[in-house]
Design a protein around this ligand. Structure first.
Ligand code: A3P
Length: 325
């Protein structure tokens, strides 16, 4: 997989400032976005990505959960953590970490909180094998992630639901700002959304998963919702911790599904109350990550014309790739 070249000497803040000043920029959802290595980011995200590329040291046994924002990251973090750590934390145990920690805190992001103020060394302290997450496109991952053989689980989602989820979330967490749906829709259709174009993000990981299926597991939120147990088994196989026959007959797979279900996670006090700042300078309610948890909620928000337009764009962009929604 080709890696993008970082166009910086990784110097101090001045160099990083001049980096963003050289990038193409345009109006974004709540502040200007900058085109960095082919994707739209905020300046903080650009600088954080540069630091990740320069300083993060991948290990061969790292597992990286990669998602485009609002594709089910929180769910995937809960599932992967529960599956990977079930010998240490039996799924039905009373003190299970999923009951007491927000899923976002169970699996740390590479690029968040923004690495300018939150040094990446904290990831170095984690024992192997590390479970990590990222919203970065695959071409912006630190080069070692592809050369060392880290495994990637990529989760994507039907684009109209992604747009609607992202629109709700943006207006919820950015208290001093409101974007109307029509404008968010136009931006999204032009490929301008945080970490977008959405389809390029998906296509990068899709092609990588075609080239190296043992390295990249490509999942779809909508299919996971339709058959969570099968996907939990697939995830366990991929993570190298398949369910034993005894576990299957004891119903452990179904317990994982139930523990990490939208209804269960949303109802837990750790997820339904309180405020946390996981981005760095953007405190948000823990409940912001749990909204409707449905497939097809776009029908309650987009007109048929909007739906047709976005469908056509995505179909055209994905043409010939074998990927469809
Ligand atoms: P909606 O806004 O459509 O409800 P992310 O975690 O990547 O930010 O994605 C958030 C989306 O995943 C939200 O979608 C949220 O409700 C949904 N979600 C959160 N936890 C979930 C779970 N356990 N199962 C299914 N969907 C979940």
């Amino acid at each position: 997989m080709a890696q993008a070249q970082t166009e910086t000497n990784h110097g101090g803040p001045k160099e990083e400032e001049s980096l963003t000043s050289r990038l193409p920029t345009r109006e974004g959802w709540w502040k200007p976005f900058f085109l960095f290595q082919g994707f739209w980011f905020t300046p903080q995200m650009v600088r954080s990505t540069v630091l990740v590329q320069a300083q993060f040291r991948p290990r061969a046994d790292d597992i990286i959960l990669a998602t485009y924002p609002k594709c089910g990251t929180t769910w995937l973090k809960a599932l992967a953590f529960t599956v990977a750590h079930r010998s240490q934390h039996p799924v039905a145990s009373h003190g299970h970490p999923v009951l007491t920690s927000h899923p976002q805190d169970l699996v740390p992001f590479l690029e968040l909180p923004h690495r300018e103020l939150h040094p990446i060394e904290e990831l170095e302290a984690l024992p192997s094998p590390r479970l990590l997450s990222t919203h970065l496109p695959c071409t912006s991952l630190p080069s070692g992630a592809s050369t060392l053989g880290c495994r990637i689980v990529y989760l994507c989602r039907e684009p109209k639901d992604v747009l609607v989820s992202m629109w709700h979330y943006t207006n919820k967490v950015r208290k001093d700002f409101h974007i109307d749906l029509g404008k968010a829709f136009e931006f999204f259709c032009e490929g301008v959304s945080l970490g977008g174009p959405f389809w390029e993000h998906c296509l990068g990981y899709w092609k990588w998963s075609m080239e190296e299926p043992g390295r990249v597991l490509f999942l779809k939120y909508d299919e996971m919702m339709a058959n969570p147990a099968e996907h939990v088994k697939m995830l366990a196989e991929f993570l190298g911790v398949p369910f034993t026959e005894e576990e299957e007959s004891a119903g452990v797979v179904e317990e994982v599904v139930r523990l990490c279900s939208f209804e269960n996670l949303k109802s837990l006090p750790v997820n339904s109350t309180g405020v946390s700042d996981r981005v760095g300078g953007l405190p948000m309610e823990n409940a912001s990550f749990f909204r409707s948890g449905k497939v097809g909620d776009w029908k309650n928000h987009l007109t048929e014309e909007m739906a047709r337009k976005l469908d056509c764009i995505v179909e055209e962009k994905l043409k010939g790739s074998g990927l469809s929604f």
